[in-house]
Design a protein around this ligand. Structure first.
Ligand SMILES: *[C@@H]1O[C@H](CO)[C@@H](O)[C@H](O)[C@H]1NC(C)=O
Ligand SMILES: *[C@@H]1O[C@H](CO)[C@@H](O)[C@H](O)[C@H]1NC(C)=O
Ligand SMILES: [Zn+2]
Length: 521
């Protein structure tokens, strides 16, 4: 059955019964059990014929125009992000999935603030790869669709599913580039997406498994296998005490689980003395709220309250894999926030590493307490810029939802670089204010220099950022509130439901740009 005398197509996913029947003859074919994903653009109304990508055109020629023919008789033109599957078209592939890429050459959408071509490719390739995954084929070849990096990202991000603790796992599927064009960009896309998937795995991981100690061990292992130009310090409680990080410790002491201050260095610049870019990530491996305890419903998601630590660490692992010529440091205060006889109590006062005192009126606003000391410590490296990421406030989610990470920054240059990076990755950022207006609402405290919650309910993401600003003197600092983008329901089509690992790719892209442009910041 090298060449089927007829062509089978369907708009519906195949039932397992059909698969069982098909498996017999197909296994006899060389290259069977492999799917091919090919892109097709949306054509103008009056054009009947499908407009394939370069790879799609080439394949259609090999099968004497059969694919184009089948596509046109199988239904209306493929809408963007939709997939349609055809079988037995060519001996190399059991199935060919055609995916809709939308309008060709859509470019940067100034209103959406992203590159629409790239975003369309990610979504379409993800949809196509999932169809092949559902058929349980061990291999899928992917059309680079004119942008191998975006295609690789769509494939690797789209296929990802967290099933670490399930006995029944999704069968493994290997993603391959179709053709030999753009191997380097393809590899880069694989790295970017694998970086984001690492963050997703850490965030999704249950809190009894991904403890501060385990988190640090995973990152150490990944970083050391990515490059030998790395240094990893897994700082223990004694070190944290010696550093006088009492604000961080006040949160950690509510739990039996030992805290860790993770410090990772990647030395990629030819100039060892080049000022490093420092990433800081909030690493609350479980946030119950502490004495100001959260409602029970949805509390399980608080295993991902270390999303800041996960995304910044994964970004550094990826940068090391890509051998970026830049010096990077990652800092992650890791601990649990639990209620206990030793936990912070509302009204408690602690002194942070920089000497400022903090009245803790809400123990659930613990992220800023651990970040305060980490941000102060970040200054000891004489950094080129400091970027922190934190699932900091529910108010951020209320403000922007999952569309974009909120960025609070004292630097236009830094903002511009982050913004440009996010247009490319499609994992967007949106600038938020760092006004004195908000500072006043956290510096008027009855007992201390600062209060860990704002005087008023309004603008909670902004008062949190204003609080962090009290621990920053560096001229280029950005705080990324990632609470809104922590989890994906169905908003990003190429991510399945679950912890999103955002904005890892934007951080990597940002570091890539900074490594190429030594003078920008
Ligand atoms: C089919 O596979 C062979 C052997 O790997 C390869 O040379 C050929 O280019 C493939 N054809 C298509 C259409 O992918
Ligand atoms: C380490 O970094 C230097 C540049 O500082 C680079 O030349 C070298 O290739 C790197 N080594 C590895 C193993 O990545
Ligand atoms: Zn909290």
């Amino acid at each position: 059955m090298q060449w089927a005398p007829f062509f089978f197509f369907s708009l519906l996913p195949f039932s397992s019964t059909f698969l069982a029947e098909a498996a017999g003859p197909c296994t006899a074919i060389k290259g069977a059990n492999k799917g091919l994903v090919l892109g097709v653009y949306t054509t103008e109304k009056d054009e009947k014929a499908a407009q394939f990508t370069k790879a799609g055109d080439a394949f259609d020629r090999v099968v004497s125009g059969k694919l184009k023919e089948l596509l046109s008789v199988s239904g209306p033109p493929l809408k963007k992000g939709k997939a349609r599957i055809f079988h037995s078209l060519h001996q190399n592939f059991s199935s060919v999935v055609v995916v809709g890429l939308g309008k060709k050459g859509a470019g940067v959408n100034e209103q959406e603030n992203w590159n629409e071509d790239k975003e369309n490719i990610r979504a379409a390739v993800a949809a196509g790869c999932r169809q092949v995954q559902d058929l349980e084929f061990p291999y899928v070849e992917v059309d680079p669709c004119g942008d191998p990096q975006a295609a690789a990202e769509g494939a690797i991000l789209g296929l990802y599913e967290y099933d670490e603790f399930k006995q029944k796992k999704k069968p493994a599927i290997e993603v391959q580039l179709h053709g030999s064009d753009g191997v380097e960009a393809w590899q880069k896309g694989l790295s970017y997406a694998q970086g984001q998937n690492l963050a997703r795995t850490l965030m999704e991981g249950p809190a009894n498994h991904i403890t501060p100690t385990r988190f640090a061990a995973v990152i150490e292992e990944k970083l050391r296998s990515a490059s030998s130009n790395v240094t990893v310090h897994i700082r223990d409680r004694a070190w944290i005490e010696a550093q006088e990080m009492r604000s961080f410790l006040s949160v950690a002491k509510g739990s039996e689980e030992p805290p860790v201050f993770l410090e990772i260095h990647y030395h990629g610049s030819n100039d060892a003395k080049e000022a490093p870019l420092v990433f800081v990530g909030k690493g609350i491996t479980f946030d119950s709220g502490g004495i100001s305890i959260k409602p029970a419903s949805g509390m399980d998601a608080m295993r991902a309250d270390m999303g800041g630590a996960a995304t910044i660490s994964s970004a550094i692992v990826t940068a090391a894999q890509l051998k970026l010529p830049i010096n990077l440091i990652g800092l992650a205060p890791l601990c649990e926030n639990l209620p206990s006889g030793k936990a912070n109590k509302p009204g408690d006062v602690v002194k942070a590493r920089n000497g400022k005192t903090i009245q803790i009126d809400n123990t659930d606003a613990e992220g800023r307490l651990v970040l305060a000391d980490a941000l102060d410590y970040a200054h000891s490296f004489n950094p080129r810029a400091i970027i922190d990421a934190a699932t900091l406030t529910g108010a951020m989610d209320v403000a922007l939802g999952s569309a974009a990470t909120g960025v609070f920054t004292n630097s236009h240059q830094l903002w511009n670089q982050l913004f440009e990076a996010s247009i490319v990755t499609g994992d967007r950022v949106w600038r938020m204010p760092l006004y004195e207006h908000y500072t006043k609402q956290v510096t008027e405290s009855q007992l201390a220099d600062l209060n860990n919650i704002g005087k008023y309910r309004s603008g909670g993401a902004c008062t949190a950022a204003a609080f962090l600003k009290e621990f920053v003197t560096a001229p280029h600092w950005a705080h990324l509130d990632i609470a809104g983008v922590m989890e994906n329901k169905d908003e990003v089509p190429y991510l399945r439901k679950g912890m999103a690992g955002r904005p890892t790719r934007t951080l990597v892209e940002f570091a890539t740009r900074l490594s190429q442009d030594k003078k920008s910041i």
